[in-house]
Design a binder for this molecule. Structure first.
Ligand code: PMP
Length: 365
């Protein structure tokens, strides 16, 4: 039975090129980047090169990249500060790693304002424009939603924030390496990304943090990463991340998008309702509901056939944790309980799409 992995928004298979680089680092360049001898220097140079490569991709300075253990940590760090300004805006479809940290800020006396989204998952820009004021410290809006793939116009949001004197953070986990990001053009002050969503290893990510911003480090100690994230750097992970980015940039998104569009048509033919925006949507994502059906049943039945899709997102407490995101775009209970996320990979073929459609059709029957 051929396995078909269609859950690339949850995580991705690691590029063999990335694995080979990491193996080399672990076996040969195992020095501590803080050591002053040659072995330390060698490791330091490896993370410096990776930092430059990643910074170049989003057009920031290398020293503005803080390596972390992944985007949950990056988002937590971005929302860890003390400020006199007390208003924080977050979109109502943020990942729990932003939402939960916003709730923590609320307990500490900040006012958290959720920006509503329309039925396609696009934020209400006018709401933000009207509400943002001189007491606003931060606006956090994700670039691409992890469940239904909607793409926000982060350049427009960034420019508004810049004009009104608020900082702008974006969770770019689902877009980094896949869509063009220029933090200068888009006026982004902080950006989170994660290696395992683009064919890199799990447990590595970064926060881009514009020079001049002051955050409260979550992990303190020997002062690595400009004091923002202490602890010996994950050298193999960081090197593997940069290599994965290089490989990811070669992926032909248009080709995957064509397959995805065929899949959408096929799903609609068998009674599926597509959730999220048709056009402003990351090229590998489909989110579909089959009202009256149980999504877990479908996902598990497909799994028995070696086809791996998702009931939504892949957070710890599987079922209800992220329902607020689907409720925010106006889905009813039947649509939420039957929602399936299919996220194509670089190697997905037309044959795979046909097989998936056939299997779903059989299950629905
Ligand atoms: N934000 C978004 C949009 C995500 O999709 C994820 C991963 N599900 C995260 C944050 C958390 O990333 P990590 O797994 O690297 O902690």
């Amino acid at each position: 039975m051929k396995e078909m992995y269609l859950d690339n928004a949850a995580t991705t298979p690691v590029y063999p090129e990335s694995v080979r680089e990491m193996e080399k680092v672990m076996l040969k360049s195992y020095g501590n980047p803080s050591s002053i001898h040659n072995k330390g220097e060698e490791a330091f140079k490896l993370i410096s090169d990776a930092r430059k490569k990643i910074a170049g991709d989003i057009n920031c300075k290398p020293e503005e990249i803080i390596f972390t253990s992944g985007a949950t940590e990056s988002n937590s760090l971005a929302l860890s500060f003390k400020s006199k300004k007390k208003k924080i805006f977050v979109s109502s479809i943020e990942h729990p790693s932003v939402m939960e940290n916003a709730f923590k800020l609320e307990v500490r006396g900040y006012e958290i304002i959720k920006i509503p989204v329309d039925n396609l998952g696009i934020i209400d820009f006018n709401f933000l424009e009207k509400m943002i004021d001189s007491n606003t410290f931060l606006v956090s809006v994700m670039h691409v939603n992890n469940i239904f793939g909607t793409i926000q116009d982060i350049g427009r949001i960034g420019k508004l924030c810049r004009k009104r004197g608020a900082l702008f953070h974006t969770d770019a986990v689902q877009s980094f390496g896949k869509l063009k990001i220029d933090i200068q053009e888009m006026c982004v002050d902080m950006l989170s990304a994660s290696a395992h969503k683009i064919g890199g290893p799990k447990g590595t990510g970064f926060l881009y943090m514009r020079t001049g911003i002051t955050l409260e480090p979550i992990i303190v100690g020997s002062g690595q990463e400009r004091g923002m994230r202490s602890g010996t750097e994950n050298v193999p992970g960081i090197v593997g991340f940069a290599k994965a980015l290089e490989m990811q940039k070669k992926v032909n998104g248009n080709k995957v998008e064509k397959l995805r569009n065929n899949l959408i048509l096929g799903l609609e033919e068998i009674g599926g309702k597509i959730n999220g925006d048709r056009k402003k949507r990351i090229w590998n994502n489909v989110h579909v509901s089959f009202s009256g059906r149980d999504n877990e049943g479908i996902v598990l039945a497909l799994s028995l056939k070696g086809i791996y899709v998702s009931t939504g997102s892949a957070c710890e407490s599987k079922k209800t944790k992220e329902d607020y995101i689907l409720k925010a775009i106006g889905l009813n209970k039947g649509e939420i309980d039957s929602g399936i996320r299919i996220t194509l990979g670089k190697d997905t073929t037309e044959k795979d799409i046909k097989r998936l459609l056939k299997e779903i059709k059989n299950l629905l029957r």
